[in-house]
Design a protein around this ligand. Sequence first.
Ligand code: GLN
Length: 299
Amino acid sequence: SPIPDYLTEVLDVCGGDGSGELAAYIPELAQADPDRFALALATVDGATYAVGDADVAFSIQSISKPFAYALALAEHGLDAVLEKVGVEPSGDAFNELSLEIGTGRPFNPMINAGALTVHALIDDETVRRGFSAFAGRDLELDEEVFTSELETADRNRAIAFMLRSHGIVEKDAQEVVEGYTRQCSLLVTVRDLALMAATLANGGVHPVSGERVVPREVTRQVMAVMATCGMYDAAGDWFTSVGIPAKSGVAGGLIGALPGQAGLATFSPRLDRHGNSVRGVQVFERLSHDMGMHLMEVP
Ligand code: GLN
C-alpha cells in the first residue's frame, strides 16, 4: 500500500518546525520529549496505518472531552445534557472561567468548564470502560501526570466551584476535578486515538472490534461540536483551513474525524498559543489539502 509511504512523507515535510512550547503548567508534561512525532490513520473499514513514534503513549488530556461528552449523551440523552452544557463556540481559551449569561451553562463541552460539567454526569468507571471501548483495548492511567496535574489544578478547581455556585454541578467540586483529571491522564498512542476517532466517524461502532460503543445519533452531535468548538479560540481558523471535526490536547495529541470515512491522529508535544500542537496542525492542513478532506469542498 502506498499509504504508509505517503504518511511518512507528510511527517518528513512537517518535521522541521521546532516552534511552540510544551505545556509547562502541568509540570510532568514539561518533561516530555518535544521531538516526538507520530501520525496514524484508521478507516471505518478497520484498516490502520501508523508512522513515526506511533508506539509512544501520552496522556489524552482534552481529547478526552468529545468522548466523555459522547458517553454522557448516551447515558442521559441530548435534552438532559443540553440543560447543563451548551453548544456555542466560546471564542475563549480552554481554561477560561466563562459561563453563558442567563442560563449559567458552560458554552460548550470542549472547554474545561463544559468538560468538568460533563464529567460530573458520568462516573469514573464509565469513563475508563467507555474510552477503552472507543480505543478497542484497555487504557491505563499515567499516575505521574495525574498527580502532577492534580497538584496544580487550581484553575480547574475555581471553575468547578463556580459551576457549583450556579447549580450546574451538584457533586463535590474537588471530586469532580479529581475525576476529570484522571480522565485527562489516560494513556493513548496515535493508533488508539485514530481508532477512537474512527469509531465516531463510523457512527459509534468500533471499526475493528465491531462493538457498538455509543448510539449513532450521539456521534453526529459530538462531531458537530468538535467542528465548531474543538480547537478552542482557533476553531474558526481551523475549520476554514482544515475543515475536519477535531480535538486537541495539551500533551500534544490531535484527532480528526471524517464522518463515514476515517479517524486521524497526530502527536507532537510543542503547542501554539491556543494549546494546539504546532506540527499536528500542519500535518492536518497538509492531509486535508492533499486528500481533499475539507468537508466544505464541493466535489
Ligand atoms: N487536563 C488539562 C486541563 O484541564 C486539559 C487541557 C487541554 O488538553 N487543553 O487543563
